[in-house]
Design a protein around this ligand. Structure first.
Ligand SMILES: NC(=O)c1ccc[n+]([C@@H]2O[C@H](COP(=O)([O-])OP(=O)(O)OC[C@H]3O[C@@H](n4cnc5c(N)ncnc54)[C@H](OP(=O)(O)O)[C@@H]3O)[C@@H](O)[C@H]2O)c1
Length: 254
């Protein structure tokens, strides 16, 4: 390739990087939600709709999904185990949130295939589509090899840790949330506690996990951070930049 053509390519890539690097989401933006039919995913859809975003739900079974989500979203048929379906689902999308999780008692949809390979597929597809941010719901405890959940559910936390690593290595701007035990209590009533180092324990309502996912789309200090997430005493958070701003950035991946 001629030197001037190489220079033009380099300039275009740099401009694209600069155009997306400092960008945060705004009402009206289209957000892809993977796991939208799930218990946390439904809360994420609700939160996005309330904040004025357009939502595209990545769903395995559109008929079942429509019964759950109705006309509040547009639908993309897909499965995180099948990369080509993700490339299609990400067309025209700037932001994506994933709250997928493996299915107990379905060997074809076990943690290795969903929480590791599926998350890796999504991150690679998001990087290829050059989206501005991918938010991933992981779990606290992922660095604890002997955690009881690994024994009872196919090493789920170990596979989630590998999924996280794949996100960090993909090159897509990301935010990785590691919530504690999820509850179905109402959200928006209490504070949240963010930690790093995977040493804590606690619980948090799915609705508050959803609030943090959506808040992260609007906050540059949330980018390229991995953190644990627990419920805390009231009041609910209002200054998300200040909260995310206390987090250390992840080590850049080589
Ligand atoms: N339970 C806890 O206390 C806890 C604690 C910390 C973190 N977490 C994690 O938090 C996340 C959300 O949990 P949750 O309880 O809200 O999950 P959930 O209700 O079980 O929902 C899981 C979602 O993942 C989707 N999904 C599964 N396999 C898929 C595939 N191959 N391709 C595309 N989508 C797929 C499901 O879609 P279908 O409707 O098609 O099945 C569903 O929408 C999970 O990753 C979970 O491991 C859970």
């Amino acid at each position: 390739m001629r030197k001037s053509a190489k220079m033009r390519l380099w300039l275009m890539a740099t401009l694209l990087f600069l155009a997306t690097a400092g960008q945060v989401a705004n009402a009206g933006d289209l957000v892809l939600v993977a796991g939208a039919t799930g218990r946390t995913g439904q809360q994420i859809v609700r939160e996005l709709n309330a904040a004025g975003y357009r939502v595209r739900a990545l769903v395995r079974d559109p008929v079942k999904a429509r019964a759950v989500l109705g006309d509040t979203v547009e639908y993309a048929s897909g499965d995180v185990r099948q990369r080509p379906t993700l490339d299609v689902a990400l067309q025209g999308v700037r932001y994506a949130i994933s709250a997928i999780g493996a299915t107990r008692k379905d060997p074809a949809n076990k943690p290795e295939f969903v929480d590791f390979q599926g998350v890796r597929n999504l991150a690679d597809a998001a990087a290829a589509a050059k989206i501005a941010q991918l938010v991933i719901v992981s779990s606290s405890g992922v660095t604890h090899k002997d955690h009881m959940l690994n024994k009872v559910f196919d090493n789920v936390l170990l596979w989630k840790a590998q999924g996280e690593a794949a996100v960090r290595a993909s090159g897509v701007p990301y935010t990785i949330l590691r919530p504690g035990g999820l509850t179905d209590k109402p959200g928006g009533q209490n504070g949240v506690r963010l930690e790093q180092g995977d040493r804590g324990t606690g619980f948090i309502p799915r609705a508050d996990v959803a609030r943090v996912c959506v808040a992260a789309l609007k906050s540059l200090p949330a980018r390229n951070r991995t953190f644990e997430l627990y419920g805390a005493q009231p009041p609910p958070v209002t200054d998300w930049d200040a909260l995310f701003g206390k987090l250390a950035a992840d080590e850049p991946q080589s």
